[in-house]
Design a protein around this ligand. Structure first.
Ligand code: SF4
Length: 241
């Protein structure tokens, strides 16, 4: 059984094609801009087993087409890697495309086994600079960078996701660091720049938490274009989501 916060049918944002997206409960980061802060605390959520997920996936199969499938996101899904193994194994046996959206901070034997049943990893790199990463997530980034290196070593198809937060993650030197880091990783198929937004802000109020990026404005078109231009110099496809 996995502990699930919520389920999105026919999602178009988290991986290729049209997908069933499972948002798992519990995260070991606490990003200042998290759009789903209600997924962070691990104690709530609802249990789902392989049969529940296979049933939902089979019902939605006609919409998946050639590219679509099932994505686990969160929260941090790799905190539940052991329980995800039989689910992903069953999905693969039934011909579904599988995808994990992760902050890359967990690399256990269970995660390595889970990756053998995973078609694509969406790896969220929050910041290349260690201190700036800690400021925005509460933790350092060495585990995420080690995870990225592991994915490159095993040749696992990967999309890098990078939230462009004005003043926090859009520094030119840090964008160059990211480009240089993934440049030679043949498994990295593209970089997705995710614009900063405040859509989750009302959830902080509901949780009784303070939203700390109150003064940060959404990206201008110019900021997004500039970031895309910098990252594009490193030979990868770069898209703004
Ligand atoms: S890693 Fe994702 S789910 Fe966890 S706090 Fe950060 S944005 Fe939220």
């Amino acid at each position: 059984m996995i502990n699930v916060h919520s389920v999105e049918s026919l999602g178009t944002y988290d991986g290729p094609g049209i997908r069933l997206v499972l948002f798992l409960q519990g995260c070991n980061f606490k990003c200042l801009y998290c759009a789903n802060p209600d997924t962070i605390e691990p104690k709530t959520g609802r249990p789902y087993g392989a049969d529940d997920i296979l049933k939902m996936a089979r019902n939605q199969r006609p919409f998946f087409g050639k590219k679509g499938g099932v994505t686990v996101s969160g929260g941090e899904p790799l905190l539940q890697a052991r329980a995800l193994i039989p689910i992903f194994k069953a999905l693969k046996e039934d011909g579904f495309n599988t995808c994990i959206d992760t902050n890359g901070s967990v690399l256990t034997d269970a995660v390595k086994e889970l990756l053998t049943y995973t078609d694509l990893v969406l790896l969220d790199i929050k910041q290349m600079d260690e201190e700036a990463h800690q400021a925005i997530t509460g933790v350092k980034n060495h585990l995420t960078l080690r995870f990225a290196t592991y994915l490159a070593e095993i040749g696992k198809p990967t999309w890098i996701r990078y939230v462009l937060v004005p003043g926090y993650t859009d520094q030119q030197e840090h964008l160059h660091q990211l480009g240089a880091f993934v440049k030679d990783m043949k498994n990295v198929e593209k970089i997705e720049i995710q614009p900063y937004h405040k859509l989750g802000k009302h959830k902080y109020e509901a949780l009784g938490w303070q939203y700390q990026l109150e003064d940060v404005e959404m990206n201008t078109a110019e900021q997004l274009t500039k970031a895309k231009k910098i990252l594009s110099t490193y030979g990868k496809e770069v898209v703004v989501n």
